[in-house]
Design a protein. Structure first.
Length: 283
């Protein structure tokens, strides 16, 4: 303590404060809860909710400008080989290699997609045009509804495709623009990630996607309980043949797996849930 005080005389921050700045938000919130300081824990939870959006938007903007530069400078013929290289070195290891395992447990898979995918992606609902999502289930599929998508739609709404902002829209309709002309370059990755490359690696579309045609549309990602039920229209859009998928470890039961309350809860920002528990005294 004496050393910290002496250090404070010649520096702006004490070593203790710098250590605190370097501590993850959850660790700091947990310490405040254990010290029975709920008001400070709630304030820090609010700070955590605001913490991700700047970095998230920086990377989304960077990807958009980079991919648009490739399309401008090298031509749209360079877009497909670029994305093939990108996802071979990322999704190829992180998603496609474990895709069969993701079909083992329906509850684990959908919860994982909500928790480590869309809840993280939505940045706790902060920033310009705050992102939200919801999950629905019917007998055939689960659908993630993005309203708006935290990256693609918000880039559009934030003006990244206006002249001079660095974003490009497709010059022609391609299978990797979901058959649309003037398609936002950032959203091209969904065609490769969700449909084109999984079809080549797995024999079926992983997450067939209904992409928005205007900034205000809702983007929808579908996860079918049986890949054989994926409508042929999604395959026709890509210009590929729909194949029969063997039943081993690929089909989930066609019955409700989650209650409506569970689906609502999994789409709520974690910071909202933390604050609610603290305010209710459930420390």
């Amino acid at each position: 303590m004496a050393g910290d005080a002496a250090q404070a005389a010649s520096t702006l921050f004490t070593p203790a404060w710098l250590r605190e700045l370097a501590s993850p938000y959850p660790d700091r919130i947990i310490r405040l809860i254990r010290c029975q300081r709920p008001r400070e824990a709630i304030a820090l939870t609010e700070e955590m909710a605001q913490s991700r959006i700047v970095l998230h938007d920086f990377f989304a903007d960077t990807c958009t400008v980079l991919w648009s530069w490739v399309g401008d400078q090298l031509g749209e013929a360079a877009v497909e080989p670029m994305f093939r290289v990108v996802f071979e070195q990322s999704a190829g290891r992180q998603i496609y290699s474990i895709a069969p395992l993701l079909r083992v447990s329906v509850r684990n898979t959908i919860s994982l997609l909500a928790e480590s995918g869309w809840r993280s992606h939505s940045c706790f609902g902060y920033g310009a045009h705050p992102a939200r999502f919801s999950v629905t289930e019917d007998d055939e599929k689960f659908t993630f509804h993005l309203h708006p998508c935290a990256s693609g739609a918000r880039l559009w709404l934030r003006g990244l495709y206006e002249p001079g902002r660095g974003g490009k829209r497709s010059e022609k309709a391609h299978r990797w623009t979901f058959g649309q002309k003037d398609f936002p370059y950032y959203c091209i990755h969904s065609a490769f990630l969700n449909e084109i490359l999984p079809y080549e690696r797995l024999g079926y579309l992983l997450w067939p996607t209904d992409e928005p045609q205007t900034p205000g549309d809702i983007c929808k990602w579908h996860i079918y309980k049986d890949p054989n039920d994926i409508p042929v229209k999604y395959y026709d859009r890509l210009g590929v043949e729909k194949k029969f998928v063997p039943p081993v470890r690929t089909r989930w039961p066609k019955q409700r797996c989650f209650s409506d309350e569970e689906l609502r809860e999994m789409s709520r920002p974690m910071t909202d849930r933390i604050k609610e528990e603290i305010e209710a005294g459930r420390l």
